[in-house]
Design a protein around this ligand. Sequence first.
Ligand SMILES: [Fe+2]
Ligand SMILES: [Fe+2]
Length: 191
Amino acid sequence: MLCLKCKTNSKWIENAKQNLIDVIIDHAHCEKKAAVTGMNLINNYPEKTDLAFEMADLIEEEIDHFRSVVKILDEKGETLREDKKDEYAQKLFGRLRKTQPERFLDHLLVAGIVEARSCERLQILADNLEDQKLKLFYTELAKSEAGHYMAFIKLAKKYFDEAEVKLRLDELTDIEAEIVKNLTNLPMMHG
Ligand SMILES: [Fe+2]
Ligand SMILES: [Fe+2]
């Protein structure tokens, strides 16, 4: 879906279903980290007003998602636990080029790709879980993350030439697909 070049391995959902609380805890941390990504972009590029407005909206939505996920945990008698290392995101953010303005473009595109992968995984959860409340919740969230993917691509096209955006998105989605193929299907959002 969206820009992604490989599908999630079917073993991931099997593991996720068997360790659902671990996935929900990790998901809460992912929502928190998505808000942090928005903050980092504002911090790094404070003079870009369109970016500031778009990230302000995104941060609000991600914090809202975070609150909803923590509420689900609380209703299940669970709490957040430590934020485990997200190797997928670390590897992908590790591919940002060092020089500007290339780094800014990569930051927007990688943030967008992570949203796209999160959207795919949320939809897989929605399609495979039996709990109706969770199914509905993940369906709604998948739509929201798809919107965030679009927002990042739109921003990239606002600040960069469309052909350059397309070319780099193509390169970064190749890299992302390689990372995903080597994941070990841990019960995490990007496991
Ligand atoms: Fe979110
Ligand atoms: Fe998002």
